[in-house]
Design a protein around this ligand. Structure first.
Ligand SMILES: NC(=O)c1ccc[n+]([C@@H]2O[C@H](COP(=O)([O-])OP(=O)(O)OC[C@H]3O[C@@H](n4cnc5c(N)ncnc54)[C@H](O)[C@@H]3O)[C@@H](O)[C@H]2O)c1
Ligand SMILES: C[C@@H](O)[C@H](N)C(=O)O
Length: 375
C-alpha cells in the first residue's frame, strides 16, 4: 500500500492500535499523570543499580521496532551481539517472519511501568528508541505526535537514567527549519522547525544532552536524512516518495510524485544508516566531542532521482501532483547536510551514493517481484 497516500488512515491506525493509550485527550492527561509517578529522577538518586563488565555483550531493546528501520537494525545487531541479546518491541503484532527471527516483546512507550519491567527482567543495557510519529502523519495528528514523540520520550529518558542505560535516539533533518542555513546545514545552527515532528526532535536532542550533562546519561543521537529501504515501507514522512518510486517503477512503470521536481533533500540508503547507528553506539565516549551528530550520504531532487532510475528503466513515466503540506515541509528542510564532525570524530563514511542506491533498490525489488510471480 502506498503509505504516503493514506496519511489520515495511518494516523488513525496508530491511534486505534490495541495497547496504544492515546485515544482521547482525556486519556492523554491521565497517562501523563500516571507515568510521572514511578520516577525517581532527582540529583541525589543513585541510578546506577547494576553494572556490567565492558567485555559483556550489551543487552539491547529496540522500541518501535516494526517500522521502516527497526527490523533491519535488529538483524545487524543480532549478527554482532547474538540473536538473544537483541529484543525487538512494538505495540503492533509482528509478522511471522519477524516473530521467528529473534526475541519480540510488546512494549508501549507510554506505559512507564511496562517499560521498567522489560528493562529489569531482560537486564537491558542499551536502549534504542525508534518509536515515533513521522513528519507528515504528525501534521495530520498533532496530539498523537506530541504524545508519542514528547511524552514517550520523557519515559525513555527517565528509564534510561534510572537504569544506567546507553540510550540512542535518532533525530532527523526535520529538526531544522526555514531559518536554518539549508545548503549546507551544520550541526550547530538555528533550529526553528515548523512541524510538530521537528519540534519534538529538537526537544529530544536537547533533553538527551541535558540528561547527559546533569545525570551522566550515556545519550547518543544521529540526525538521519530520509532513509531509503527496499524491504520495509516508510511510516508517513516527507521523504517517502524516494522509496515509493522504486516500487511503482518496477510494478507499474509509472510514478506520481507529491514533491516538485527541483526539491532537494538529503537521503541515505538504509544499510549506511544502520551501520552508522552501530558505529556511534560502539564509539568510545572520549571520541565523541558532541552527543548529537548530522550524518549524510547524498542529496538529490525528484528530477535527479528519476534521471538515475531511467538509466535502468527507460520507459518510466512521471507525473507531478504536489501535496501542499509535504512540499512546505520539504522546502523548510536542509538541502545538503554537513556531517564533517561525524567524519572527524568517529570516522563516519557513507558507502552508497545515488547510482549505487538506485542499482541496489531496483535489483532488490525486481528480484522480489520475480519470486512472487514464480510462487
Ligand atoms: N525513516 C526515516 O527516513 C527516518 C529519518 C530520520 C529519522 N528517523 C527516525 O528513526 C526512528 C525510526 O523511524 P521509522 O522510519 O522506523 O519509523 P516508523 O514510523 O516506520 O515506525 C515507528 C514505530 O513506532 C511504533 N509506535 C507507535 N506508537 C508507539 C508506542 N506507543 N509504543 C511503542 N511503539 C510505538 C509504531 O507502531 C511503528 O512501528 C524514528 O524515531 C524516526 O523519527 C527516521
Ligand atoms: C526525514 C525523516 O525524518 C522522515 N523520513 C520524514 O520524512 O518525516
Amino acid at each position: 500500500m502506498p503509505v504516503f497516500r493514506s496519511l489520515a488512515g495511518a494516523a488513525k491506525q496508530v491511534l486505534l492500535s490495541p495497547g496504544c493509550s492515546c485515544q482521547t485527550p482525556a486519556l492523554t492527561v491521565a497517562v501523563r499523570a500516571m507515568s510521572w509517578s514511578p520516577r525517581q529522577v532527582n540529583t541525589d538518586a543513585s541510578f546506577h543499580s547494576v553494572s556490567f563488565a565492558e567485555s559483556d555483550h550489551p543487552r539491547v531493546l529496540i522500541t518501535g521496532g516494526l517500522g521502516q528501520l527497526g527490523v533491519g537494525l535488529a538483524n545487524l545487531l543480532r549478527k554482532r551481539f547474538g540473536k538473544n541479546n537483541v529484543i525487538l518491541s512494538d505495540i503492533r503484532k509482528p509478522p511471522d517472519q519477524v516473530f521467528h527471527s529473534g526475541p519480540f516483546i510488546y512494549a508501549d512507550i507510554l506505559d512507564y511501568k511496562n517499560l521498567r519491567e522489560i528493562i529489569v527482567n531482560n537486564r537491558i543495557t542499551w536502549l534504542i528508541h525508534y518509536s515515533a510519529v513521522l513528519s507528515a502523519v504528525g501534521e495530520a495528528n498533532v496530539p498523537l505526535a506530541r504524545n508519542i514523540n514528547i511524552t514517550g520520550l520523557h519515559n525513555i529518558l527517565d528509564i534510561a537514567a534510572e537504569h544506567n542505560l546507553r540510550l540512542f535516539v535518532p533525530s532527523t533533518i526535520g529538526a531544522f527549519g526555514p531559518t536554518s542555513p539549508r545548503n549546507p546545514t551544520p550541526d550547530l545552527c538555528v533550529q526553528r522547525p515548523r512541524t510538530i515532528y521537528g519540534v519534538s526532535k529538537v526537544h529530544a536532542e536537547l533533553m538527551g544532552e541535558y540528561y547527559h550533562q546533569k545525570y551522566d546519561l550515556d545519550f547518543r543521537c544521529l540526525r538521519y536524512p530520509g532513509i531509503i529501504s527496499a524491504d520495509t515501507l516508510p511510516g508517513g514522512g516527507t521523504t517517502d516518495y524516494a522509496v515509493q518510486i522504486f516500487h511503482d517503477a518496477v510494478k507499474t512503470g509509472k510514478f506520481e510524485c507529491y514533491l516538485e521536481p527541483k526539491t532537494k533533500l538529503p537521503m541515505m540508503y538504509i544499510q549506511d544508516c544502520l551501520r552508522a547507528t552501530l558505529e556511534i553506539l560502539e564509539a568510545p565516549a572520549e571520541q565523541l566531542t558532541m552527543r548529537t551528530y548530522n550524518i549524510s550520504a547524498m542529496s538529490f531532487t525528484p528530477e535527479e532521482l528519476v534521471t538515475e532510475v531511467r538509466k535502468n528503466l527507460t520507459d518510466l513515466k512521471i507525473t507531478y501532483k504536489v501535496d501542499k503540506v509535504r512540499q512546505e515541509i520539504a522546502d523548510s528542510w536542509p538541502m545538503e547536510f554537513d556531517d564533517s564532525n561525524a567524519r572527524r570524530d568517529w570516522n563516519w563514511k557513507h558507502e552508497y551514493d545515488l547510482p549505487e542506491l538506485v542499482f541496489t533498490m531496483l535489483n532488490f525489488i525486481t528480484n522480489d517481484q520475480e519470486m512472487l510471480r514464480a510462487n
